[in-house]
Design a protein around this ligand. Structure first.
Ligand code: 5GP
Ligand code: MN
Length: 320
């Protein structure tokens, strides 16, 4: 399969790379690590991304994103960090213009779901970050690997493993991180920018969320809902509203942390975190989303209280 991928890349000139909507460090890291590698190989390569949180603005060359394909056809589309075609940050029309498609991902998916939506799929649900698969992919194919690619791979590994603390971290994750540090990646700078810097408005959102946190099922579940109006009133955008779930998760006794926030289109985005007893990917998948055993998410389309009850009913059963 690696040979086939190498063949496709060698014969491609125009390449696009796309991650998921609301991109996180792993989606951005996977896309730009490949971008810098393929650029050095002499390809005409672009990353499609409509928007990202300002916190990623310090990353090298991230301003070069494009929001669509400006050609009638192109050679190759590489999709990263999404098990669902519908969650990619690209229109079906632009997706269909690609002659070849490659997927690099690490998400669990529903049995019924077709995550082989690309011609060649490199999927390993046991790895903590798509960036780890991208790194292996680049090395296996002997593609160029420069300091910019290294910086992006490190970013994805760090963000998706909770700074190498989640149980999903593998010895190989740490070995790769060590190699990247040896190459000169500014790991302390990345950590400072992404883990230790917060906008005042965001801190106020966290304060509001904690003030409004509900404790359910004897504290085994912690639930917070923040409306889109509230997010706007705090001068924040949708993509700034991420990351509250991790605070709820820390509260002693919590098995499942739920953070629901409103979006501009009227739907609500749910983030789930588990301490280990409940496989939250199963919950998210059953509601049309996805993710991992301990971190997953989906979109609520119906009225918030109806959706909340549905979710809590399912968790109550799973807690037993
Ligand atoms: P977060 O809560 O940080 O947004 O996401 C946690 C994990 O669940 C991530 O791996 C993310 O990619 C996945 N995830 C979140 N929302 C969705 C969704 O709507 N669909 C799918 N397939 N995965 C999601
Ligand atoms: Mn990921």
């Amino acid at each position: 399969m690696f040979e086939k991928a190498k063949e496709i890349i060698n014969s491609s000139k125009d390449i696009y790379i796309v991650g998921h909507i609301n991109p996180d460090g792993d989606s951005i890291g996977s896309a730009f690590a490949l971008y810098y590698s393929l650029k050095e190989l002499g390809k005409n390569v672009n990353v499609i991304m409509k928007k990202h949180s300002d916190s990623f603005s310090f990353l090298p060359g991230i301003e070069n994103i494009v929001d669509h394909v400006d050609k009638n056809e192109y050679d190759l589309l590489i999709c990263v960090d999404s098990s669902q075609k519908s969650r990619l940050d690209i229109s079906d029309e632009d997706f269909n213009k690609a002659k070849h498609t490659i997927l690099i991902d690490h998400h669990r998916k529903a049995e019924t779901e077709d995550n082989n939506y690309c011609n060649l799929c490199f999927v390993d649900v046991n790895l903590p970050a798509a960036c780890q698969i991208v790194y292996n992919f680049i090395k296996k194919l002997n593609l160029p690997f420069n300091i910019n690619s290294a910086t992006y791979i490190y970013t994805g590994l760090m963000t998706d493993t909770g700074s190498f603390n989640y149980s999903s971290t593998t010895p190989e994750t740490l070995r790769i991180a060590a190699d990247l540090v040896e190459m000169g990646v500014d790991f302390a700078g990345i950590c400072q920018k992404l883990n230790d810097t917060i906008k005042e408005e965001k801190l106020r959102l966290i304060a509001y969320s904690i003030d409004n946190m509900e404790s359910i099922f004897d504290g085994k579940v912690r639930y917070v809902y923040v409306s889109y109006e509230k997010i706007k009133s705090l001068n924040l955008d949708e993509e700034d509203a991420e990351g509250v779930t991790n605070y709820l998760r820390k509260v002693k006794g919590t098995e499942v942390a739920i953070y629901v926030r409103g979006r501009s289109d009227g739907t609500n985005k749910v983030s789930l975190r588990s301490a280990g007893l409940v496989d939250v990917s199963k919950i998210a998948i059953s509601f049309g989303g996805g993710g991992h055993q301990r971190a997953a998410g989906y979109t609520m389309y119906e009225e918030i209280n109806v959706e909340k009850e549905r979710l809590l009913n399912m968790i109550e059963v799973m807690l037993k």
